[in-house]
Ligand binder design. Structure first.
Ligand code: ATP
Ligand code: MG
Length: 567
């Protein structure tokens, strides 16, 4: 069977003749919540500096002018932005005003990883946050991008930034001082559906990141779909999850689709102020939440684990937090329940999506006071979902299978990767590669099909065991992978990061380590069926490998375990 939104219909499919900045900065869409006067768009976390709409719009025009005059950026040129969150999203909008394409890159990349992105997208210009200049220079050299084609985004405290490179603020002042020269790229009706806005890279959880082709229309429509899902304009909805004037934390990276669409654009569109946080440091983050009285937290599960388990949290009053949404990876029911104690006045739910669907597929709807435990939310208006068996036939409601999604806000495919496009974009449907169950309109993500462990033919979802292990008081973090086993095919092994107190106990008395491993195995054995038990053992490690979008890189530990097995 097929599943559609129960949170309402999408009455307005949005303008198909506007680019993202035209929709966002120039046009008052009827479903846009009204921002009260004096509510800044952005707040720089480090300094508290507020940035108003007018300033952003003027800076966008200045930069577009400069990129056109000095760098001759034209239609379909690709500009790579290699930066953590920064208060100048104008880079994105200025590039779009010229009809050019933005490819946001993860600043944690090594030179080789950046090379992959620059080569795949054939970027003509590179905007780099100053501390990452050495990586950018090394990558530029490897791909033959001339050094002059690197523009430096200055860190907030450095003014002026000393560099032989052109700087972003220098370019903006130059562009603002010249008479307008750039020609705004206008789109004819329907063109926004195919005019490319972003080459956004997937997180690279299962392999090399893939360049996803995202047109302007899919991007803006995904925002309107989420506005409708949350009923932001529904007068019958008395209490809303988001209200203009609320304050959201922009701690998730804008280079990833979740941060780019949901945090940066959806929050600003909804009239909230964004506290722009370039680097996640947990205790600093708690300080920022308190200082700016942040009401809305869009987070990933590892950050929620810290909120639930870090000893510093008890020193903060988080009663002003109104909404916490977790996304990008599974969040267990037990963790959700612990979070309720930490943010007692907040609605808590999940969002689920992927780069290929231009982010949100499902989220807790605005009509729900609290997300259903373990659910990734309800499908947003305008999308249709199917759950299929391996042979392609439809699952019944409540039956586990692969989720396929379609709708007008999907990405167009992968750039320069026909094979992957053929596999994931099939007859207008996006194959998510995720195993799910849909029940009472709620989507429960079991795990990625690729990562499900097969024990004697039975399926074991690592996420389920990880969620359960996190409920043990000695566990700070957990990762479960399948290791080869002659008899069972695969067996689950848990990699565990211990909490400080447990670590101290073990270092004082090493035999405690073996006892703790046995206790963790028992913790699973007491709650789970025989084939889900940790027959592959428990290994203590210092940290679980994760990518910056909050996903556990199980493949790293799995590969290590397989190598060890082979030797
Ligand atoms: P790659 O495709 O390069 O291997 P990736 O799939 O992690 O990396 P993204 O597009 O950033 O790249 O992430 C989408 C995936 O994240 C989804 O397919 C799903 O597996 C996972 N995901 C997102 N939100 C949730 C959620 N709420 N619960 C469970 N999984 C989620
Ligand atoms: Mg993926």
């Amino acid at each position: 069977m097929e599943f559609r939104s129960v949170s309402g219909a999408l009455e307005d499919y949005g303008p198909d003749d506007l680019s993202l900045p035209q929709f966002f900065l120039d046009f008052q869409h009827s479903s846009r919540p009204v921002r009260p006067p004096n509510v800044p768009w952005l707040i720089e976390d480090q300094t508290g500096r507020p940035i108003a709409f007018d300033e952003l719009r003027i800076r966008t025009a200045g930069l577009a002018n400069a990129l056109s005059i000095k760098w001759n950026i034209v239609e379909n040129d690709v500009v790579c932005v290699f930066s953590p969150n920064h208060v100048d999203p104008v880079c994105i909008w200025a590039i779009h005003r010229l009809g050019a394409i933005v490819t946001p890159a993860n600043p944690g990349y090594t030179a080789d990883e950046l090379v992959h992105q620059l080569q795949t997208t054939k970027a003509a210009l590179l905007l780099v946050y100053a501390p990452f200049l050495p990586t950018a220079l090394a990558a530029a050299k490897l791909v033959g991008l001339r050094e002059e084609r690197i523009i430096v985004i200055e860190p907030f405290a450095t003014s002026p930034y000393n560099s032989r490179h052109e700087t972003l603020s220098g370019l903006i002042s130059f562009g603002s001082s010249q008479s307008p020269n750039f020609v705004e790229r206008k789109l004819h009706p329907g063109e926004a559906k195919t005019k490319v806005a972003f080459f956004s890279f997937s997180s690279g959880t299962t392999g090399k990141p893939k360049a996803v082709v995202i047109p302007h229309y899919s991007f803006t429509l995904n925002i309107l779909q989420t506005v409708a899902h949350h009923g932001l304009n529904d007068p019958s909805l008395k209490k809303k999850h988001l209200n203009p004037g609320d304050v959201a934390a922009a701690v998730l990276p804008f280079f990833h689709i979740y941060g780019l669409v949901v945090v940066l654009h959806y929050m600003l569109f909804s009239g909230l102020s964004l506290v722009v946080i370039p680097k996640f440091n947990f205790t600093d983050f708690l300080e920022s939440i308190a200082k700016y009285r942040i009401t809305h937290l869009f987070l990933v599960p590892p950050q929620i684990v810290l909120l639930c388990k870090h000893p510093a949290v008890k020193n903060y009053d988080l009663s002003h937090v109104k909404l916490v949404i977790s996304g990008a990876a599974p969040l267990s029911g037990s963790l959700t329940n612990s979070l309720r104690q930490v943010v007692p006045n907040a609605a808590i739910g999940q969002g689920y999506g992927m780069t290929e669907t231009c982010t949100t597929i499902s989220m807790m709807s605005g009509r729900q006071k609290m997300g259903v435990e373990g659910s990734a939310g309800q499908i947003i208006p305008g999308l249709v979902a199917r759950v299929v068996r391996p042979d392609g036939t439809f699952c019944k409601e409540g039956e586990q299978g692969e989720l396929l999604v379609t709708g007008p806000s999907m990405a167009l495919g992968y750039l320069n990767n026909a094979q992957a496009t053929k596999e994931s974009f099939v007859d207008g449907w996006v194959r998510t590669g995720d195993e799910v169950v849909i029940k009472n309109s709620e989507i429960f993500v079991v795990d990625r099909i690729k990562e499900i462990i097969k024990v004697k033919g039975f399926q074991v979802a690592p996420a389920e065991l990880e969620g359960h292990l996190l409920s043990h008081p000695a566990v700070a973090d957990a990762c479960v992978v399948g290791i080869p086993d002659e008899y069972s095919g695969e067996i689950p092994r848990a990699y565990i990061v211990l909490r400080e107190d447990a670590l101290m106990r073990i270092s004082a008395n090493p035999s405690e380590g073996e006892m703790l491993k046995a206790a963790l195995k028992k913790h699973v054995a007491d709650a789970k069926i025989a084939y889900k038990q940790l027959a592959g053992g428990v290994v203590f490690i210092k940290a679980i490998p994760k990518n910056p979008s909050g996903k556990i890189l199980r493949r790293v530990l799995r590969d290590q375990a397989r190598k060890a097995h082979a030797n």
